[in-house]
Design a protein around this ligand. Structure first.
Ligand code: 5GP
Ligand code: ZN
Length: 146
């Protein structure tokens, strides 16, 4: 499936040029045009899925495997001090291109430009934490903890 109005579908199909660093049957990995750091790359499935909710589970798993390969390549070639995997879903989460992609962002100690993925932590009451746990929990093994 592809979306004719989607820039990442066009990049994946090679209709728009990109700096590609890895490609296989399912993915293209390109350098981000507005990098947070030197080497910032995007893992783009060739099929169009808008986000994590739409992507095929198996393809999502393979995207993480590709992320590991890219991360190891960056560690080998660039003098990186750390690395973030980031994947945004929905405008509220900062997604701007609505074709699933995973950011691989190498980090360099002391880099002046990079404000890390920061937030001011909320202070939730014990009751709020318990309520959230009750709403969210699933698939737990250890019944003693529940
Ligand atoms: P999002 O905010 O949706 O998670 O990330 C979209 C990313 O795609 C941004 O970091 C942006 O710089 C990058 N981007 C947007 N358009 C293009 C493009 O045409 N080519 C490349 N290489 N990156 C792009
Ligand atoms: Zn697309």
């Amino acid at each position: 499936m592809r979306d004719d109005n989607c820039i990442f579908c066009k990049i994946a199909a090679g209709e728009i040029p990109s700096n590609t660093i890895y490609e296989d049957e399912l993915f293209k990995v390109i350098l981000d045009l507005s990098p947070a750091a030197k080497g910032h790359a995007l893992i783009i499935p060739k099929e169009h899925y808008a986000n994590l909710f739409e992507i095929d589970e198996e393809v999502a798993g393979k995207a993480v495997q590709v992320a590991k390969k890219v991360a190891e390549r960056m560690q080998e070639v660039l003098h990186i001090d750390g690395l973030n995997l980031m994947q945004n879903n929905g405008r509220a989460a900062g997604q701007t291109v609505f074709h699933f992609h995973m950011h691989v962002i190498p980090r360099y100690a002391g880099a002046a430009n990079a404000d890390m993925l920061r937030y001011n932590p909320l202070e939730l009451s014990e009751q709020e934490m318990q309520e959230l746990k009750e709403e969210l929990k699933f698939g737990l093994f250890n019944t003693a903890e529940q």
